[in-house]
Ligand binder design. Structure first.
Ligand code: GTP
Ligand code: MG
Length: 678
């Protein structure tokens, strides 16, 4: 482990499930450390985090918020991350630059499985993390059970650092304080103040001994000297234990667990002290990111487009110093700002470990490493953007705004790499892709409020195709006599169905020059033209056509005439070939906590899917992976129902697999809708 520069600020990302109290903890951390003089609340919409109108309105975090503070003469940055899986991109990006993650959770057994993905990400990137069990003022479940449930999804041993002291009140048991298992001291919570030291209550002695024993045993697993001490019944000193915890946390071997209630500032000072003692410095993060040596380096973890400041790149300084006006990756920084929630204060310079916003780096993207002129280019492995799960087709009310719309979407996509957009050439639609309904709603609101671009949204079109089921021979003659030059083309074709996935084939069976060589390609062109829209209204696939015979006229025949004859023959033939609609079927993999698997089976069947298999999801304890085939039309809004069936945590991927015949009422509806739209 590299030595820690005590002057370098450290950074903790607050992460965890939706509504577990991260923004409340962010507020409390800022208040307890005097960076805020008055506390705001989520209910009143007055918190430092969630300051955007979109977050305030929903009472949920929809993007990350960063702010700095100072605790016992050491500088800290905290990044409040959104808990909703729809905004997980920001959370991942923040985690990449943080020295530690504080996983904030509620003391509820049934929320634990939802954390499997979070722990997997932390493990994959070796990000040291600890758990803050929040809302202890309202803890219905026993700590022992909550801990066991959490342990079942964590690959690292959980190290309970505190046990709660409960007292009975008029409304049952409630938590009034805690015992610190290292110092073996008991504290009583005092809202807004430091907890007061109290006598260790007799009632808790057994539980305290048991929990302390478990803590020491976990630590001894990673340290032989400690193990020997324990075996010889010697008690290690508090100092030794603290040191061991700090080392094991930096090495990402253990996960300390602390308790509190952010809204009442309970346990928040204790958390700060644990962070202060245990968390490694940015040197460790530089090493984790395998960042090359540079005179100065900064990693961009968020891009913002603010009306009054223009583009801002939020960075963590990972080497050297930055000053306003410095040239990074070929662009001059115009403005060096310190973030405090969504306001920014101009500063002169930033040093190793700092989080700052850099102005006007127009070419820069989130995930980039910025280095000064002359230094070799640097990069780190940045997690790929989340795969899109939901899309909407959008259009502006005023056609003149189309260029403006693309420019505004490009800015939103820069702010949030999980938001993408593109033109669907077949449907002539502009599609916006994201992680779910709320994710896209927020983007649409921003188009309206920031860029004055109200948009209409539609369900994206499904890429239906059609084919035929019967073989037929068809004759067509195109003949026109209008004044001088006439037009003449005459063809006999045969049309038959091909196997699925074979596309289109054209055969030339002309003998004896019934149709001259130079016109055969024109017939094929005419046939191909007719395939762009078949009798049902969709592109035609899996069809073969042979040109068998025909006639020509030495003066009146032309490319155009034979092309038209080819098209006419197809237009007459196709409706007689028993056309049928083909719908795209996707191979889908749905991830879910195991307890919801049967609901997922129901979901798949109700959406005309076919379950192929299901099995335990590798590296996701307690989760299952269900593989199925499902029509594309049923996947468009799958994520909405999937999330509501899985307490918001279910996930899926889908890839086109094959086309499949669709008949009956459903097919009629699709065909009617297409006719109405044309
Ligand atoms: N009882 C109790 N409620 C709390 C506590 N901390 C937060 N809450 C409540 O939990 C709800 C969610 O709080 P937030 O801080 O917005 O949660 P969050 O984790 O930031 O939510 P997202 O960022 O949207 O995932 C709010 O209604 C808070 O008032 C606590 O310590 N005790
Ligand atoms: Mg929040």
């Amino acid at each position: 482990m590299p030595g820690r520069d005590p002057t370098a600020p450290r950074c903790a990302a607050l992460i965890g499930p939706y509504l577990s109290g991260k923004t409340a903890l962010f507020e409390s951390l800022m208040f307890v450390t005097n960076a805020l003089h008055r506390k705001g609340t989520a209910k009143e919409g007055t918190t430092l985090g969630d300051a955007s109108p979109e977050a305030r309105q929903r009472k949920m975090s929809v993007e990350l918020t960063a702010a700095g503070t100072n605790f016992l003469d050491e500088n800290w940055y905290f990044i409040d991350c959104p808990g909703s899986v729809e905004f997980a991109q920001d959370t991942r990006n923040a985690l990449m630059v943080a020295d530690v993650a504080v996983v904030v959770i509620e003391p509820l057994v049934d929320r634990a499985l939802g954390l499997a993905g979070t722990f997997k990400f932390l493990d994959d990137h070796a990000i040291p993390h600890l758990i803050f069990i929040n809302k202890m003022d309202n803890a219905a479940h026993q700590m022992r059970d909550v801990l066991a449930a959490l342990q079942s999804v964590s690959s690292r041993p959980l190290l309970l650092r505190q046990v709660p002291i409960r007292e009975s009140g008029p409304n049952g048991d409630f938590v009034t304080g805690y015992v610190d298992l290292v110092s073996e001291r008991a504290y009583r919570y005092k809202p807004g103040h430091e907890s007061t030291l109290i006598q260790l209550p007799n009632t808790i002695l057994d539980r305290e001994q048991e929990a302390r024993g478990a803590l020491l045993e976990h630590l001894a697993d990673f340290d032989d000297a400690l193990l020997e001490q324990l075996l010889s019944d010697a008690q290690p000193s508090s100092g030794e234990i603290y040191q061991q915890i700090a080392k094991d946390l930096a090495d990402d071997l253990i996960v300390p667990v602390l308790l509190g209630a952010a809204e009442r500032d309970h346990g928040v000072r204790r958390l700060l002290k644990a962070l202060r003692h245990d968390v490694p410095g940015p040197e460790h993060t530089v090493q984790r990111l395998r960042l090359q040596d540079a005179p100065a380096a900064a990693v961009v973890f968020k891009t913002l487009h603010q009306a009054h400041t223009g583009k801002l790149s939020l960075v963590r300084v990972m080497a050297g110093k930055l000053t306003d006006g410095i040239v990074l990756n070929g662009q001059r920084v115009a403005g060096l700002l310190r973030p405090k929630g969504n306001s920014f204060e101009k500063i002169g310079q930033a040093s190793f470990g700092d989080i700052v916003a850099l102005g006007r780096l127009e070419q820069t993207r989130t995930g980039e490493v910025l280095v000064p002129d002359g230094a070799p280019a640097a990069s780190i492995e940045w997690p790929a953007p989340l795969e899109p799960l939901f899309a909407l087709a959008i259009s502006v009310e005023n056609r003149n705004d189309e260029v403006k719309l693309t420019a505004a979407l490009a800015k939103l996509a820069e702010e949030d790499p999980a938001l993408t957009f593109g033109h669907d050439a077949e449907a002539h639609e502009l599609l916006v892709h994201g992680q779910g309904e709320i994710h896209l709603q927020v983007a649409m609101e921003r188009l309206r409020s920031r860029y004055n671009l109200p948009v209409r949204v539609h369900r994206p079109q499904v890429s239906y195709r059609e084919t035929i089921r019967h073989k037929i021979s068809q004759h067509a003659r195109f003949k026109r006599q209008s004044g001088g030059h006439g037009q003449f083309g005459d063809v006999h074709i045969e049309v038959w169905p091909l196997e699925r996935g074979q596309g289109f084939q054209f055969e030339d069976r002309i003998v004896g020059g019934a149709v001259p060589r130079q016109f055969i390609g024109s017939v094929e062109d005419g046939v191909r033209d007719s395939l762009t829209r078949g009798p049902l209204g969709f592109p035609v696939v899996d069809v073969a056509v042979a040109l068998c015979d025909g006639q020509y006229h030495s003066v009146d025949s032309s490319d155009q005439a034979f092309k038209t004859a080819g098209r006419m023959a197809m237009q007459e033939a196709m409706p007689k070939c028993d056309p049928v609609l083909l719908e795209p079927i996707h191979a889908v993999e749905i991830s879910t906590p195991g307890e919801f698997t049967s609901r997922i089976h129901g979901l798949i069947s109700s959406r005309r899917g076919q379950i192929l298999q299901f099995a335990a999801k590798p590296d996701w304890p307690g989760w299952e992976l269900v593989e199925a085939l499902m029509p594309q039309a049923e996947i468009l809004d799958l994520v909405i129902e999937l999330r509501s069936l899985t307490q918001g945590v279910g996930n899926f991927t889908a890839r086109f697999d094959h086309l499949q015949e669709l008949t009956g009422r459903l097919a009629e509806k699709v065909i009617e809708q297409r006719r109405a739209a044309q």
